[in-house]
Design a protein around this ligand. Structure first.
Ligand SMILES: [Zn+2]
Length: 170
């Protein structure tokens, strides 16, 4: 089980939930969140969420990567969780942080969950700068990863990704 900290992330990782944090002081900072039902459709819904909510600047650089991470996390949540799955997406200047939270299912054995985690964490490791998995004492599981996107220059204005399916920014 990977339990990495943000030690190699240059301080970009926030380990606590900051739903309304505005102390970043960056013009390019936004967050989006959604709840999707736990079902076989959850990975697809997670991908749709990313496509609908990732900003133009980041989507033009990392849409496929972030979408893949969302799909992997949602799959784990479906396999090992119960109840709705909370997804959030945070933009920063040079990264996008994706996190998925769900309640661990008591019915899922540690063994089967470990196997799913192992495959998925290899994928997440390959595409993200830092990632982690935490389980709270209340049984809430949180998976997160920070994906490097390169520096986004605010001076160049929005860059429209080459993706006709991308809806406009909100
Ligand atoms: Zn962004």
């Amino acid at each position: 089980m990977k339990q990495s900290s943000g030690s190699n992330g240059g301080g970009v990782v926030r380990k606590t939930d900051q739903e309304t944090a505005s102390d970043e002081g960056e013009a390019h900072w936004r967050t989006a969140r959604a709840s999707v039902p736990r079902s076989v459709l959850a990975p697809s819904a997670a991908r749709d969420f990313v496509r609908a909510n990732l900003c133009y600047d980041h989507a033009s650089r990392a849409l496929g990567t972030v979408t893949l991470a969302a799909s992997e996390f949602a799959t784990q949540a479906v396999l090992g969780g119960s109840g709705p799955i909370q997804i959030s997406l945070e933009c920063n200047q040079t990264t996008v942080t994706l996190s998925v939270r769900y309640r661990l299912s008591a019915a899922v054995s540690m063994h089967s969950r470990g196997l799913a985690d192992e495959l998925s964490s290899q994928i997440i490791e390959g595409i993200s700068r830092v990632s982690g998995a935490e389980t709270g004492s209340d049984g809430e599981r949180r998976l997160w990863c920070t994906i490097p996107t390169g520096f986004i220059s605010l001076a160049t204005g929005p860059v429209r990704p080459d993706n006709p399916g991308q809806p406009g920014p909100r």
